[in-house]
Design a protein around this ligand. Structure first.
Ligand code: IPM
Ligand code: MG
Length: 409
């Protein structure tokens, strides 16, 4: 499974995905978006990184995280070719679809993808297939990144930013492993239809095949094994058939991981326990929709959703790395966004996407250093600290990357 987390194969064959279309010529597209290519310097490792800034605060946080990634990499002998491509609302405005073929191709051919955020008021009334969020679903589905790792850690420097009491929040360190390409998000039948009484009905289907449960459960067991050896599987097996199968498969796999202590919890109870006593959790594994909801809840324990990164990984091909916060259109373009979730996503990209743990550690240490020096964006500000904007926070992290002694992994 270590191999799973570090797999990074460049794919040469590109799947043509029907329904994506770009009105721009290749030349126009490349002119609109910067595409750099150069040969690797001697003795340096070179990686292709697809940058998908997206919408709202996405471009601001990606631009900051890119600089940090570049600097931390260069200190470890890594060079990056960045390809910046439009996605979501930005792509809708440019070519009329949320996921242009060119963007998908660049993403699929890259070694790893760093994504900002997707969505905004402007496109809220679009038909479903022209909503910016569809780009996320295409990416997740077509890159087959079924394992979504969402760490929620309360840093000692930010314990006061949590809405929970200090003694409840401090020391929280959990990893939510969310299934990302199945369940009710993708299940068939789906849609808005007319029933036999002529009335509209909305249909979404929660469906899991055994192999989908097994592969995410294995990632979770492996993750727990590298952490504190505790795995809690969250389901709704008292009501949902898909959850009954989920619990059966997870339980059956437990015998292969005797060193991991497995427990099960219903999702309503898990939502409550996360607030009551979050320290009881080490690794959580759950389906797509429960993982979506519980990870937002867990983020608040840490003080701000602006702090939480994520990694989405498949069995092969590039991983997708993104902050779990959204596009925050209310503060977009005002230099108020917290770039730390994206910077930490860049660290996850290095660690899980490229297997470059030393460079990843440089970034993690630099974030802690900037926080230790008291720099805070608005979302994590508390009196006595220095309020900074997105850019300045990025500059401070960059300074810390440069000045910190090389980390030992
Ligand atoms: C997330 C987001 C997405 C999801 C939305 C934007 C479609 O909330 O990544 O958690 O529901 O998966
Ligand atoms: Mg969500």
């Amino acid at each position: 499974m270590a191999a799973f987390l570090q797999t990074n194969i460049r794919l040469n064959s590109i799947k043509i995905v029907p329904g994506r279309y770009s009105a721009l010529t290749d030349h126009q597209f490349r002119a609109a978006y910067r595409i750099r290519c150069a040969a690797a310097s001697p003795g340096k490792k070179r990686y292709n990184i697809a940058l998908l800034p997206g919408d709202g605060i996405g471009p601001e946080v990606i631009s900051v995280a890119k600089n940090v990634l570049q600097k931390a990499g260069s200190l470890e002998g890594l060079e990056f070719d960045f390809q910046e491509m439009p996605v979501g609302g930005a792509a809708l405005d440019l070519v009329g679809v949320p996921m242009p073929e060119e963007t998908f191709t660049a993403a699929k051919q890259s070694d790893a993808i760093l994504l900002g955020a997707i969505g905004g008021y402007k496109w809220d009334k679009n038909e479903k297939h022209l909503r910016p969020e569809m780009a996320l679903f295409y990416l997740r589905r077509d890159l087959k990144v079924f394992a979504n790792l969402r760490p929620a850690t309360v840093l000692p420097q930010l314990v006061d930013a949590s809405t929970l009491k200090k003694e409840v929040a401090e020391g929280v360190d959990m990893m939510i492993v969310r299934e990302l390409t199945g369940g009710i998000y993708f299940g068939e039948p789906r849609g808005i239809k007319i029933n036999e009484n002529g009335e509209e009905v909305g249909i979404s289907t929660e469906i899991y095949a055994a192999h989908e449960i097994d592969r995410i459960a294995r990632v979770a067991f492996e993750t727990a094994r590298k952490r504190r050896g505790k795995l809690c599987s969250v389901d709704k097996a008292n009501v949902l058939d898909a959850s009954i199968l989920w619990r059966k498969r997870v339980t059956a796999l437990a015998s292969e991981y005797p060193d991991v202590e497995l427990s099960h919890m219903y999702v309503d109870n898990a939502a409550m326990q996360l607030i009551r006593d979050p320290k009881q959790f080490d690794t959580i594994v759950t389906n797509n929709i429960f993982g979506d909801i519980l990870s937002d809840e867990a983020s608040m324990i840490t003080g701000s959703i602006g702090m939480l990164p994520s990694a989405s990984l498949g069995e092969s091909g590039p991983g997708l790395f993104e902050p779990i916060h959204g596009s925050a259109p209310d503060i977009a373009g005002q230099d108020k966004a917290n770039p730390l979730a994206t910077i930490l996503s860049a660290a996850m990209l290095l660690k899980y996407g490229l297997g470059e743990e030393k460079a990843a550690k440089r970034i993690e240490d630099a974030v802690v250093d900037a926080l230790n020096k008291g720099f805070r964006t608005g979302d994590i500000y508390s009196p006595g600290n220095k309020l900074v904007g997105c850019k300045e926070m990025g500059e401070e992290v960059l300074k810390s990357v440069e000045s910190k002694v090389p980390a030992t992994v």
